[in-house]
Design a protein around this ligand. Sequence first.
Ligand SMILES: C[S@@+](CC[C@H](N)C(=O)[O-])C[C@H]1O[C@@H](n2cnc3c(N)ncnc32)[C@H](O)[C@@H]1O
Length: 233
Amino acid sequence: MRAMEDWNDEQCDDTLTMTTVSQHFFGDDSETPSFSISIIENMKEDYGLFVWPCSVVLAEYIWQHKHRFSGATVVELGAGTSLPGLVAAKLGARVTLTDDSTRLEVLDNMRRVCDLNKLECNVLGLTWGVWDSSIFSLQPTIILGADVLYDSKAFDNLFATVTFLLRNSPGSTFITSYHNRSGHHLIEFLMGKWGLKCLKLLDGFSFLPPDKASLLSGNIQLAEIGLISKDNA
Ligand SMILES: C[S@@+](CC[C@H](N)C(=O)[O-])C[C@H]1O[C@@H](n2cnc3c(N)ncnc32)[C@H](O)[C@@H]1O
């Protein structure tokens, strides 16, 4: 059986900074994947230069809901190495990959992975809770965020940005995967505070194929979140 991550051991020029390329396969039959995405990772550098398990879960969910992504307009928040956004682009979505605007090496790496996979995505610095002019033109039908709920001090800024994007694009949905470390309560509280509701909540392992699940651990959940009602928009 073909493994989900096939570490190429392909050390790029800079061995000292431990840059590697991992490959991630997507298909209904793991023996004959439909496509793969190559990701440049750097184990030493930064949170945003590593493929976190939540992004493997979210990318698989996107693959399994491919009909929703063809022709969709997608913004990925805190995209880091960008696996979910790249899968969405491969499925025919117009994708904007974003990360903290001060993390230039993360944004540079996003451009490199787009080139490596021959995918044209917009790459944008977008810091949660910061209202640069570029955010006002974003009207995503789907907002993605893998492992962006890990630092509770940043939750309010993240929810502020998500709520703005949901309101700017009526009918849109935020799909996020996260480690459920201390129950869903804080996220529930923040959803209430920001006028959001959970449309779907899944155990991340409930839909992962066995070859991918066997490489991950933890309690990963996937939630689809939307505005409570048009009155709140
Ligand atoms: C745990 S990493 C997850 C990266 C990627 N989504 C994944 O799952 O592999 C969190 C990401 O959020 C980004 N991030 C952290 N704080 C941020 C902020 N205030 N605004 C925008 N992005 C932020 C980091 O740069 C990093 O790429």
